[in-house]
Design a binder for this molecule. Structure first.
Ligand SMILES: [Mg+2]
Length: 216
């Protein structure tokens, strides 16, 4: 019997592409105050390619900005702090995110299991306005385990008082969210709004509200 629903955060509840874009725009605007909008947009679009949905290090992006555009980029440690705080400030949720968690609240225990630092991830969750709907949240730095490793999933199960077979996990990254959850015996739903091809038979949704179709 399904007792808990666990969510990934970035690019699942939070529309990361949108808040990352806004944050790169803030960065490039501050570095190129006199540049025209067309060329500024081109630099931001390059940042979005280099960003690889957050999988490439920010150091790589800063180095590229320096090499390709000769920009006087900030120190990387200083930049990490600014990046996390500014992503939180620029938070945008996926359509239906609040609607679905509101609907599930009270019917299931709800958790967020996210890879990243406490400052970055909890800052974004707090800024999202969704924190109050969740019974538990855990980031990989606090769990000392990253998805798809089982430690972080088990940490959430333990805190919510459920076993993996009583959990449904929803996330956008196949390798960390879907693989990790399925290996532990959880149910999994892949949030795949852009329709990445996939031969493996796993439930997929393009809108978070479709999650209702996979609940008991
Ligand atoms: Mg994600």
């Amino acid at each position: 019997m399904l007792k808990a629903v666990l969510f990934d955060f970035d690019e699942t509840l939070g529309w990361r592409r949108k808040y990352a874009y806004r944050t790169y725009m803030d960065l490039i605007t501050s570095l190129t105050p006199d540049l025209d909008p067309l060329h500024r947009e081109a630099i931001v679009q390059d940042c979005m390619i280099w960003d690889m949905r957050g999988y490439y290090s920010k150091r790589f992006i800063l180095e590229n900005l320096q090499k390709k555009y000769g920009l006087n980029v900030p120190d990387k440690d200083e930049f990490y702090v600014w990046w996390n705080d500014t992503c939180a400030k620029n938070m945008v949720l996926y359509d239906g995110a609040e609607e679905i968690v509101k609907e599930l609240r009270g019917r299931y225990k709800l958790g967020i299991v996210t890879n990243g630092s406490a400052r970055g991830q909890y800052g974004k969750i707090d800024a999202s306005g969704l924190a109050g709907y969740f019974d538990y949240r855990i980031c990989s730095n606090d769990a000392e385990s990253r998805k798809p490793d089982k430690g972080i999933f088990l940490n959430a199960c333990e805190h919510l008082g459920v076993t993996p077979d009583e959990v449904l996990f929803i996330g956008d990254t196949f390798t960390s969210d879907i693989l990790g959850a399925l290996e532990l015996g959880m149910k999994a739903v892949w949030f795949n709004p852009t329709g990445h091809p996939c031969d493996y038979d796993v439930p997929q949704i393009k809108d978070l509200r479709e999650l209702k179709n996979y609940l008991d």
